[in-house]
Design a protein around this ligand. Structure first.
Ligand SMILES: NC(=O)c1ccc[n+]([C@@H]2O[C@H](COP(=O)([O-])OP(=O)(O)OC[C@H]3O[C@@H](n4cnc5c(N)ncnc54)[C@H](OP(=O)(O)O)[C@@H]3O)[C@@H](O)[C@H]2O)c1
Length: 324
């Protein structure tokens, strides 16, 4: 389907880290209505995907040509502790939007996750069988399955470790690392036994647009090129911030964080974009190039003499963010 300014695109759950990039990519090119339960920008309206009737009204009034569902509870530990809400948001919400798109006879886009695999194998392509471990992963996988079985005209994109949104919206690893540095940490403890594929939100949004326009419905892995573990990402990010000689990244195993991060996580959630490559639709950069681009959103000014130890010198780094 050709997307033009006359194309009406309804985006649910658009207030988050991916939503920002999707809104930025789609709104200049199409006519967008963006909604979320967290109305954190003036271009967002309130709509709760758990509420079928309200969603039907919100979507029905806008008369979209396509619905994009980004809404989810994405904090794995929160999902373990609030399982009912995780199922209502991630699974029932996905059902609600698929049912509404079905009634309106329009396509639906659903975002899934590399976290639906169990990590028993090293790398997963689009056709490998999921075996979700956590409540988050189980509820997301349910959403995938419902969308696939209910709607012929669907796009499902599986993302890996999302990077994007900067300080205000990034709830994930890169911003967590950044916030530790901002608080003055000179030694970061990072796990090296969890492997995955980072996924840059801006490239992901551009890729979604491209695949939607291709009209080739179905499920796609869509992650950056290359693979890594969390330690590799932290080392590269610190280097890109120009703090390689001031901030030490120390390898630890997942046991180090087992109380804080108690939700089950696969040892590997590495994806490859087999279908996107085969159909010449892969526009995802290598993760190091993506991280270099993303790191530009974070500004660090180092002033004063170098810190005498890694644990001192809190006042020597001031950190800011360039909004794009
Ligand atoms: N982040 C990742 O690493 C990652 C990886 C793979 C796939 N994904 C998927 O990518 C999609 C976008 O996630 P994201 O990374 O942008 O996460 P995010 O920043 O948490 O954005 C999700 C948005 O959905 C909102 N939301 C939660 N419950 C809702 C409800 N009942 N109705 C409407 N909106 C609701 C959230 O609001 P609150 O902030 O108030 O909860 C948030 O604004 C999700 O489907 C997610 O599962 C994410």
């Amino acid at each position: 389907m050709k997307l033009t300014k006359n194309s009406r695109v309804y985006i649910a759950g658009c207030g988050g880290m991916l939503g920002e990039a999707v809104y930025q990519h789609f709104s200049p090119r199409t006519t967008v209505l963006a909604t979320d339960i967290d109305v954190n920008a003036d271009w967002l309206e309130f709509a709760d995907v758990r509420d079928y009737t309200a969603m039907q009204r919100s979507i029905g009034e806008f008369k979209p040509d396509i619905v994009i569902n980004l809404a989810a509870l994405t904090d794995l530990e929160f999902c373990e502790k609030n399982a009912e809400n995780a199922w209502l948001t991630n699974a029932l919400g996905a059902e609600n939007l698929a049912l509404i798109a079905g009634k309106l006879e329009i396509p639906l886009v659903y975002i899934s996750t590399a976290g639906i695999f169990d990590g028993a194998q090293d790398v997963y392509n689009d056709f490998d069988a999921p075996n979700p471990l956590s409540i988050y992963a189980k509820s997301k996988y349910h959403g995938e399955q419902f969308v696939q079985s209910h709607l012929r005209e669907h796009f499902i994109f599986r993302a890996g470790w999302m990077m994007g949104g900067g300080e205000s919206k990034d709830k994930k690893f890169v911003n967590k690392i950044f916030q530790q540095i901002k608080r003055g940490s000179r030694e970061l403890f990072v796990v090296d036994d969890k492997a995955g594929t980072p996924t840059f939100t801006r490239s992901f949004a551009a890729g979604m647009f491209r695949v939607i326009e291709s009209g080739l419905f179905g499920l796609y892995n869509q992650v950056c090129g290359g693979d890594c573990n969390r330690y590799d990402v932290a080392v590269e990010f610190v280097r890109l911030l120009g703090l390689g000689d001031q901030v030490q990244v120390t390898r630890v195993s997942s046991d180090h964080f087992k109380r804080e991060y108690f939700a089950p996580r696969p040892a590997s959630e590495k994806l490859v974009n087999l279908k996107l490559d085969a159909r010449k639709l892969n526009c995802m950069p290598h993760w190091k190039d993506a991280l270099a681009e993303y790191a530009k959103q974070y500004r660090i000014d180092v002033s004063g003499p170098p810190a005498t130890s890694r644990h001192s010198g809190r006042s020597k780094i001031s950190v800011g963010e360039d909004r794009h």
